[in-house]
Design a protein around this ligand. Structure first.
Ligand SMILES: [Fe+2]
Length: 328
């Protein structure tokens, strides 16, 4: 497996490319991740007699100084000004998977936009303990179900992978979220999900649609430590080498990252963003979201992107360079 990690450049595009961006029909996609809403409101003491105790202590000592609602408010405001066609949120909307955190995350999704324009997937913190995801998922249901038609009066089933088609752009939502032991933050796709993913990539690839995979854990080596890894990343990467994809978006690492998975059909960009609510002890951990400009032309799918980062002193987001091609 060949994975290359590269520093993302932020350079002005040649004027010809800017003209192309203006003239062609295109799709603007926003990607953010890991807001980690924390709220013990309404919880009982017994809710913390499990792994949540470690998470709660971590919040008291460290995390509460890293995440801020003020940053989230500025992010929502900034996103509205960018007018994306679609917004994706790649997990860890909650910190401990507590009921009020699920409620706050649902409100956050609603503020981002209607389910037709916003897609979410869960992260490991959303399944912090076994009951968390089962009890909370219903509040986000409309944001994490596929396009399939369901009987009137019945809720659409939540299952992974799911598919959402928006024109020629197709979102494939995966879940790596499962409870794990204290001090671990691993994720796993599992054989059934991988098998289904392979069939979907094949089907939508043969239709020449732009396949955007949403996954919480970074699916390539070198981005995250062993205790936070995706356990079956090798299977995922081998699958992508067989079937291809146009773009993979992830969260979990809380830093901006950009890797390229080498495949026989070309390189697949694998891109991560910092936590959406992060004040940022260091600039690389400060809240950011990415915007993607996706267009189809005679060279195939062309994707450009730019990052928008939070400024603590100005309490607003600003652009880190203009549109740049994702594939060098
Ligand atoms: Fe995570």
């Amino acid at each position: 497996m060949v994975v290359k990690h590269e520093e993302c450049r932020c350079e002005e595009l040649p004027s010809a490319m800017v003209a192309e961006a203006v003239d062609s029909p295109y799709f603007i996609l926003a990607h953010l991740s890991d807001p980690h809403f924390f709220s013990p409101t309404g919880s009982r003491m017994t809710d913390f007699f499990n792994k949540r105790l470690y998470g709660y202590l971590s919040w008291r000592w460290r995390r509460r100084h890293e995440h801020s609602d003020k940053v989230v408010s500025a992010l929502i405001k900034d996103l509205k000004c960018q007018h994306p066609d679609h917004i994706t949120v790649t997990g860890d909307l909650t910190h401990l998977g507590l009921p009020d955190e699920y409620r706050r995350a649902a409100e956050f999704l609603r503020l981002l936009g209607p389910p037709e324009r916003v897609t979410a997937i869960p992260g490991n913190h959303d399944a912090y303990v076994a009951s968390a995801w089962e009890n909370g998922q219903d509040l986000w249901r409309s944001y994490l179900v596929g396009d399939s038609i369901h009987p009137p009066g019945e809720n659409p089933e939540i299952s992974f992978p799911f598919i959402r088609e928006r024109g020629d752009v197709v979102f494939i939502g995966l879940s790596t979220a499962h409870p794990c032991l204290p001090l671990l933050a691993t994720g796993t796709l599992g054989k059934a999900q991988l098998q289904h993913l392979e069939a979907l990539l094949n089907e939508y690839g043969s239709r020449q649609q732009c396949r955007v995979i949403l996954i919480h854990h970074p699916p390539v080596p070198g981005v995250i430590s062993w205790r936070k890894r995706l356990t079956d990343y090798r299977d995922f990467c081998e699958l992508l080498q067989r079937q291809g994809a146009e773009l993979v978006l992830h969260g979990h690492a809380h830093i901006a990252s950009c890797s390229f998975l080498e495949t026989p059909a070309g390189r697949i960009p694998v891109v991560g963003v910092p936590s959406a609510s992060a004040i940022g002890r260091t600039p690389d951990r400060r809240s950011e979201y990415n915007l993607y400009h996706i267009v189809h032309n005679d060279r195939g799918w062309q994707i450009k992107f730019k990052r928008r980062r939070y400024s603590f002193s100005e309490n607003k987001f600003f652009e880190r360079g203009s549109w740049q091609p994702l594939l060098p």
